[in-house]
Ligand binder design. Sequence first.
Ligand code: GCW
Length: 616
Amino acid sequence: MKEELTQALSRMLGKPITFVNQPDGAGLIIRTTSANASLGSEGFQLQSNATNTAITLSAQTDIGLLYGGFHLLRLMQTRQPLIQLNIHSTPKLALRLLNHWDNLNRYVERGYAGISIFNWHTLPGYIDQRYIDYARANASIGINGTVLTNVNANAWILTGDYLQKVKALADVFRPYGIKVYLTARFSAPIEMGGLSTADPLQPQVQQWWQQKVKEIYTLIPDFGGFLVKANSEGQPGPQDYKRTHADGANMLADAVAPYNGIIMWRAFVYSHETPEDRFKQAYNEFKPLDGQFRKNVMVQVKNGPIDFQPREPFSPLFGAMPQTPLMMEFQLTQEYLGQGTHLVYEAPMFKETLDADTHINGKGSTVTKSVSGIAGVANIGNDINWCSHPFAQANWYALGKLAWNPAQSSETIAEEWIRQTWSNKTTVVNTCKQIMLQSREAMVNYMTPLGLHHIMGNGHHYGPLPWGNTLPRADWNPVYYHRADSAGIGFNRTATGSNALAQYHPAAAAAWADSNTCSSEYLLWFHHVSWQHRMPTGRSLWQELCFRYNQGVAQVRTMQQQWQQLQPYIDKERYTQVQLMLGIQQREAVWWRDACLLYFQQFSQQPIPAQYEKPA
Ligand code: GCW
C-alpha cells in the first residue's frame, strides 16, 4: 500500500511523499486497528478530523488498508472533495473473481484482446511486470481471486512443473489480496495419474485428488480451490460414471476442505441427448441436488438460462437452491456482444440481473440476495491496453465495483471510470456517460430486440445468422430459438409450450406469463406471437421489430456523433481507435438490421414501413 500511495500521490501532487512513524496529527494517518470489528478482513474506513487537516485510513488488515488507499486515490483522481470524509466500506460479497478462459498455449477462448497475459513458457523464472500491474488493477477495484485457466480444462496445469509456475503467480498476487484458483479437468486422474477411471466414488480416485491437492497446498498455502465444468459441451464429469454433479463436486470438496479450499461447480450444462428446451436444463439438473452439496461447494450459475445473450431473463436457479451458496457468472468478454469491436458498457446488463426480483422470499428477493460471490469471465489479453477496445476496460472495472457493492448504479460506476480513464472535463464525462449508458440498449436493438436470442453466427457467435439451420443439434441452430413462421415469431415457454416459466416463482413468472402484459424486452423469450400482435407502443409486432432494428442503428450513429464532439479533448491515438471501431459497429448494426429484417420478412410478408432505410 505504501508503494501504491508513493507512486500515485507523488505523481498526482507533483512532489515526493514522505512517510513518518510518529504522525504529528496532520496529513494522511494510516493504521491497522483491531477495535472496529465491523470492518471485517477487507473493509476500511476513511475519516477526516474536525479541522480537515488530517485523514485517517484504518482497517483491520493490510488488505483493508490497500483497498482504502486505492479508494482515497480514486477520490483524488475523480476530483472529489477530501473534506469531512466519513467512509466506512466493506465488500457486500465475499468472493469477487475473474475467470480466465486462458489455455496453456496462451490461446484465450472467446478472447478478443490478444493472447493470454500468462506466459507459461517463461514462468516461473521470469516475472513479467504485467503480472504485478494486473494484481494492482484488480486490487484497486476489490477483486480478490482469479481462476487462471480455461473451464475447458487441460489436466497438465496440475503437473508439478506447471504448479511451480502457478506458485510464482500466487506469490506475486498474494500481497494484493488475490487468491489463485485453477480449473480441474475431471478426468485428470486418468490422463495424468494413469488410473483407469475418474469415478468420484472410487477410493483410488479420491486418493489421487487428495494427493494432488496436498501437493498444491504445499506450494500455495492459500490456494483458493477449483472451478469445474463437468458434463457440459463434451467435458468429462461424474455422469460418465452414472454419478451426480453432487458426487463429483463433493469428492473434490472433501479433498480441499482441510485447507479451507472451495469448489465452484458450474451449472452451465446442457446435454446432447435431451430434447428438452435448453432453457430448462440447468435448473432440471441442479435444483434436485440442493442440500446434497458439501458446505464448501458453490454452484456457479450464468446470469441467464441460455448463454450470455445481449438480454436474458435471470436464470431460474437464483433463489431456487436455498441450501447451496451460488456464484453469479457474468461474461466480461463480449462473445455475443460484438466481441472486440463493439462499444458495449455491460454494467446496466449486470444490474438488470442483480436487481431482478426472484420473489422467492416475497417481494424484494433480488438475485443479489441469492448469491455469495460474482465471477466475471475476463476480457483481458496481452494487447497493449489490456482489453483491446478502449471502452472494454469499463466492463472489468464495473465487475469489480459491483461485486464490492451491487447497489452501486451503472451511472456512478461509468462516471468514476471515465474520470480515471479519459478526463475530468465535464463535456468528456457527460458525453462518454451518454455513449456508455445507451450502448447496451443500442446493441440489443440492432441485434436481438424484443426478446430474440441466439440468432448469431454458429460457432464464432459473430454477426447475424437467423436462418441458421444446418447443425446436427436442434438447439445449436438459430431457427430453434426464434421459431419464426407465417403465424408469428418467438419461443413459447408458457404452459402451452416448453413451460420453462414454471421454473420461476409464480410471482416472478406472472410478469412474463401473458403475452399481452409481458414487457416488450422479454416478449419473444416466452411467447410465440403473431406478426399483428399489438405492442404497448400501438405498433404491430412486425412494425415494432422494424422500429427497434432501426433504432439500434440510429443509436450507434448518435454514439458516433457524440464521440466526434470529444475530438479536441482526447489524445489522437485513442480518439482514432474508438472512432474507427464505432465505424465498424455502425456498419455491423446495419448488417444486423438488414439481415434480420429481410429474413423475418419472408414470414411476416409485410413491407418495411416507408420511414425506415431500405435494406441494401
Ligand atoms: O459461452 C459458451 C462458449 C464456450 C464456453 C462455454 C462455457 C468455455 O461458447 O466457448 O466454453 O459457453 O461457458 O463453458
